[in-house]
Design a protein around this ligand. Sequence first.
Ligand code: 57R
Ligand code: CO
Length: 416
Amino acid sequence: MDEVVVVPQNHVDAEEDGEDGEEDAPEAAGTGAKKKKKKKPKKKAAKTEQQSEPPRVGLSKIFPDGNYPEGELEDYRDDNAWRTTSEEMRYNERMIMQDPEQTYNNIRKAAEVHRQVRQYARKVIKPGMSMIDIADTIENGTRALVEENGLESGVGFPTGLSRNHCAAHYSPNGGDTQILQQGDVMKVDFGVHVKGRILDSAFTLTFDHTYDKLLEAVRAATNTGVREAGIDARLGEIAGAIQETMESYEVEINGKLIPVKAIENLSGHSINPYQIHGGKSVCLVKNNDQTKMEEGEYFAIETFGSTGRGRVVESGEVSHYAKMVDAPRIPLRLTTAKSLLKSINKNFGTLPFCRRYLDRVGESKYLLALNHLVAQGIVQDYPPLCDAPGSMTAQFEHTLLLRPTRKEVLSRGDDY
Ligand code: 57R
Ligand code: CO
């Protein structure tokens, strides 16, 4: 059993400030006998628990009042600036906060889980670790801190650990023996959901400074996308701003300057309850998509930079799957496919899953049945997406919410 260490979290307990707030009542005038005022027992503020290491303390223990930290707030600009002080918009938000299904505390809890799990992951992930151990480290933290409970709360989608020229959708399958190398550039893309509200955020890990400029370019491009996002913002224009920032960088590799390219066939995306891709794509290269962002929408703003072609192709063994939201209801002759679909509906619904999660819920020898469900168009498979071998790709991603009064960058942390 790995030794649990208590880690002080940086939130201030009212208790410690020593101020009990009660001024001592002035002396009762002229009575001489100083009536010893019975000191009211100090009201013990609910002692909030500390996070452990590895992180295993459910966040409802650390935020007992159910109020989770707000993300980074940004006022809307130009012809949406009125929203910041609008009484009506503030009223709408108060109504949303009162509805357990809609309350922002669901996505804010998911965001705080993501911050605490990634803080630990960034500390312990080291070359020499297996891909499976890295995935388990992240998923075991997420399940404990979000207090996993069936389809009510849990892991949001498969933990992406795509390395080097592979940019997205790689996660280890059972039996994967791959080991993290010193020179690897690994995209850690993991999700947390509460009541189907999925927090999708990602960062890139390296263990030497060769590709620091590439990471800097992608971090800046993602921040440009976050800044340009807003109610009535047009997806094509945001893409143009992202590309401009990304492609203003170059990386020096063995004395040669290589331009950073925005990957043209990857994108950020809107997010709906229990649906990781909500149908709107925020691409990374200029295009004339006039589609607008709208009030109340959740968006994953993610950018991918590459020293290669700037275009990915499907390559390698599939690990990522998701049941189609509008899956056709067709009779399945293959009984193994019928029972596998039952298990998928029970354990994941339309939330993305990977083969390790099927292993975990007790499924075995399911590949034939799974490929049958893919062939029938009931389940979508998502092969790893890779640029040219030898090239390097990086990613940074935030989830933001277009609240009626202002934009909230939910997954912002002190790391990225
Ligand atoms: O965010 C099955 C998943 N997503 C997990 C995440 O962009 C996603 O292909 C989907 O598990 C399924 C992309 N864009 C084209 C539509 C142009 C990729 C990039 C990254 C990622 C992982 C993504 C993408 N598409 N959907 C979310
Ligand atoms: Co995403």
